[in-house]
Design a protein around this ligand. Structure first.
Ligand code: BDR
Ligand code: CA
Length: 309
C-alpha cells in the first residue's frame, strides 16, 4: 500500500519528536511545519530541525505562527522543560529552516496534491490560518488528523487538553471548516502509556534513534510522574495522530459532532463531543478515535526505531 502523503504540523515537544520519527518512515513526509506551543516558536522550530538532524532526515522544516490567534502564548515547560525538548544532550544544530512561511507551504501543498493529509500535533494556529486564507483547502485536503481535546478529561484544566486550550479560536475554525477530521484525544492517547520497561526495551535496540527516544522518554515520564500520576509513566500522545493516518487498522473510531468551547468559565478550550448518536443536533464532523490496539502500536514504535539503526 502506498504511504500516505503528509505534512506534520507540530510543536516539539518530546512526543512530537517521536511523531516525526514515525511519520518519516510510514508517511511520504513532505515537510514539517512548526508552531508555537510546548515552547515558543524559535524553540519548537529548532527542536524540529534537531530531531531531523539526529535521525538523519532531510525533511524540510518551515516555521509558522509565533503566537495563538487570540489567546496569549502559553507553553508546557512543566512537561517538556524550558527548551521544549528537555533530557537528551543535543548536538549543535547544522540544519536550517526551509522557510518561515509554514502557512503558505501548507496552502500550496494542499493545492498541489489531491491526497494530502495534515497531521497536527500542536495548537492548531497554522492550520486555522491556512484554512482562513484558503477556504478551498478544507475540501482539497484528504484530511486533518489532530492530536487534541478529549471525549472526557482534560490535562491543562479538568476538561481542556493543551493543544486545544493553547489556541481555542484556531481549533474552533478547524472543527467548523468542513474538512475531513480525525481526532485523537486524551481518551485515546492515555491508552498508549509508556513505562520504564518500555523505555528499557527501546534503549536496548541500540543506535542513535533508540538512545534519543529513550532519553526523551526518561525525561517525559519523570515529568508526568511529577505533574500528574505519581508513578513514572507517560502517555505517548502525538505518535497516535500519525498512526491514525498511517495505520488506521489499529484504531476504533466513531463519527461524532465535535465543537470547541470558547467562552465557558471552567471549560474554555474543551472539545465538546456529542455522543447522543441519532439525537445529536449537529452533523457529525469528526471521526473520533476511541480504541487503540496498544500492544500493536508499541510493536510498531519498536520496529520503527529499529528502521533507523
Ligand atoms: C499534547 O500537548 C503537548 O504537550 C504534547 O506534545 C501533546 O501534543 C498533549 O496534551
Ligand atoms: Ca505536541
Amino acid at each position: 500500500m502506498p504511504r500516505p502523503r503528509l505534512i506534520l504540523d507540530c510543536d516539539p515537544g518530546h512526543d512530537d519528536a517521536i511523531a516525526i520519527l514515525m511519520a518519516a518512515k510510514h508517511g511520504e513526509l513532505l515537510a514539517i511545519t512548526a508552531v508555537s506551543g510546548n515552547a515558543p516558536l524559535r524553540l519548537t522550530a529548532h527542536n524540529a530541525l534537531i530531531t531531523t538532524q539526529i535521525l538523519g532526515l532531510d525533511t524540510p522544516v518551515y516555521a509558522g505562527a509565533e503566537r495563538p490567534l487570540v489567546a496569549p502564548p502559553r507553553h508546557a515547560e512543566f512537561i517538556h522543560g524550558k527548551s521544549g525538548l528537555g533530557g537528551p544532550i543535543l548536538p549543535p544544530l547544522t540544519r536550517q529552516l526551509a522557510g518561515h512561511d509554514a502557512v503558505r507551504f501548507i496552502i500550496e501543498a494542499g493545492r498541489r496534491y489531491d491526497d494530502l493529509w495534515v497531521v497536527a500535533t500542536g495548537p492548531l494556529t497554522n492550520i486555522a490560518l491556512a484554512l482562513r486564507q484558503a477556504p478551498d483547502l478544507a475540501a482539497r485536503l484528504r484530511g486533518i488528523a489532530i492530536m487534541g481535546g478529549s471525549t472526557s478529561f482534560g490535562n491543562v484544566t479538568s476538561h481542556a487538553e493543551f493543544n486545544i486550550w493553547a489556541d481555542p479560536e484556531a481549533a474552533a475554525i478547524v472543527f467548523a471548516s468542513g474538512a475531513t477530521l480525525l481526532l485523537c484525544g486524551l481518551n485515546l492517547t492515555h491508552q498508549f502509556m509508556i513505562s520504564p520497561d518500555t523505555v528499557a526495551q527501546l534503549r536496548a535496540l541500540g543506535g542513535v534513534a533508540a538512545t534519543f527516544t529513550a532519553e526523551l522518554l526518561d525525561f517525559y515520564c519523570a515529568k508526568y510522574a511529577e505533574k500528574f500520576f505519581g508513578k513514572v509513566e507517560g502517555p505517548l500522545h502525538d505518535p497516535c495522530a500519525v498512526m491514525l493516518v498511517t495505520h488506521p487498522e489499529l484504531f476504533t473510531c466513531h463519527d461524532r459532532p465535535v465543537a470547541v468551547e470558547l467562552t465557558g468559565q471552567l471549560t474554555r478550550g474543551m472539545t465538546v463531543v456529542d455522543e447522543r448518536g441519532v439525537k445529536a443536533m449537529e452533523p457529525n464532523n469528526t471521526s473520533v478515535a476511541y480504541g487503540l490496539d496498544a500492544p500493536a502500536a508499541l510493536e510498531l514504535l519498536l520496529e520503527t526505531v529499529q528502521l533507523y539503526a
